[in-house]
Design a protein around this ligand. Structure first.
Ligand SMILES: [Zn+2]
Length: 409
């Protein structure tokens, strides 16, 4: 549908059913919600954004190059403060983002984080990022990354080593699913990449990267689609297949050592189509705060402290950014590669993004607030089927999806 039609449809919906819209937001407080007005459900877990993580020291914990240096495959221990929520470690390498590599930590505790040094990491500072999007300053000292052990000498055979860059990947996020790999052989080899679905072992995508020099780190990325369709949530695995000039074939799946029981196979990652939008402690409202709520409530209210960061649950285009007396500051995002619209209401102030912007999954869009007619700081969240929000679509209960995203991200 052309944008102008959507806009005029919205305008007329607004004129003719302003009250219907208000009833669909959080304005009409039914008796069942009234008791909660004096004490909206308190978010569990304390401070929302939490303190900013700090990196104080870097040391190699195992598989080290030297006491003060790491190499690909080493376990790096990062000491500091407020590290319990860290879910991403970024090896910055040289100045600029071109050689940045990030991984999910193996372990995160309040005072330390352990992370495996990825194959393509380069010497440079280290940054940690929390699940609440709080990011540390770069480490004061650069981490020295020694080269990986020399490739196996010529003649000992073809092989492939892989290392996933980030264990969890969101569709439409800034960082795509990416694997780094090194092939071992005496001569350049042809390389194919496959993305394998873990549930049934089917290769859902396959492409050729061309001829690759042995011993040189390479990367391959996947955008989450196969046959033009966004793939289901779940675990997937990159399989790198190398073919030597003599016709020998090796794949990362067969070459990999058996992973420890608790670890996922090499090159595997979790793919999710949505990220939970509230990055801090929260409670799902019940009764009148639920979808329907006995008052034609068009969304789900999720309570969290005012100021808790909000991110886009799904990549898409911002189709509305407005202030409404009932909805407060809100935006509506038209999800990429689907007909679904996502509405985020009662934000503390106008959204960080603008109408017409394309947002990525996980992009900060604003903060939980109580603007408009809201009782207690909360996100009023709506999902609408195609053709979308007040333009011919219909709202549906987003709670099952919210809970699933919350569990996964
Ligand atoms: Zn609401």
């Amino acid at each position: 549908m052309p944008r102008s039609a959507v806009v005029s449809g919205w305008a007329s919906a607004r004129r003719t059913s302003a009250y219907g819209l208000i009833a669909g937001l959080c304005a009409l407080v039914s008796p069942t919600l009234a008791p909660a007005q004096t004490g909206a459900p308190a978010p569990t877990g304390g401070a929302n954004a939490g303190p900013r993580p700090q990196v104080r020291a870097l040391a190699c914990a195992s598989n080290c190059a030297a006491p003060a240096a790491v190499r690909p495959g080493s376990l790096l221990r990062i000491r500091g403060r407020a590290l319990a929520l860290v879910d991403e470690v970024v090896f910055q390498g040289a100045v600029g983002a071109a050689d940045d590599v990030s991984v999910k930590p193996r372990r995160a505790r309040r005072s330390f984080v352990d992370a495996r040094v990825p194959r393509t990491a380069a010497t440079g500072p280290v940054v940690v990022i929390g699940s609440n999007s709080a990011e540390s300053a770069p480490s004061a000292m650069a981490l020295t990354v020694e080269p990986a052990p020399a490739p196996i000498p010529a003649g000992t055979g073809l092989g492939v080593d892989v290392e996933i860059q980030g264990d969890k990947v969101f569709y439409g996020a800034e960082r795509k699913a990416q694997v780094s790999f090194v092939v071992r052989d005496s001569q350049p080899v042809s390389v194919f990449v496959e993305v394998v679905r873990a549930t049934d072992g089917v290769a859902i995508a396959r492409w050729e990267t061309g001829v690759v020099a042995p011993g040189t780190p390479q990367t391959a990325t996947w955008d989450g689609k196969a046959g033009g369709r966004v793939q289901r949530d779940g675990r997937y695995q990159f399989r790198i297949i190398a073919k030597s000039q003599s016709g020998a074939v090796a794949s990362s799946a067969q070459a990999a050592p058996q992973p420890a029981a608790a670890e996922d196979p090499p090159g595997s990652f979790l793919f999710l189509r949505h990220k939970f939008p509230i990055r801090g402690a929260h409670n799902f409202g019940e009764g009148a705060a639920a979808f329907g709520g006995g008052r034609n409530h068009k969304g789900q209210d999720v309570f969290a402290k005012c100021g808790t960061p909000l991110v886009a649950a799904r990549a898409g285009v911002v189709k509305f950014k407005q202030y409404h007396s009932a909805a407060g500051h809100y935006i509506v995002v038209d999800g990429d590669d689907e007909g679904t619209d996502y509405a985020y209401m009662h934000m503390r102030e106008a959204s960080l993004v603008s109408k017409g912007d394309h947002v990525y999954t996980g992009q900060p869009i604003g903060f939980v607030g109580d603007t408009g007619r809201a009782h207690g700081c909360h996100l009023h969240f709506e999902m609408w089927k195609a053709p979308g929000w007040y333009s011919g679509g219909s709202a549906f209960d987003p709670l099952p999806q919210l809970k699933s995203w919350d569990a996964g991200s």
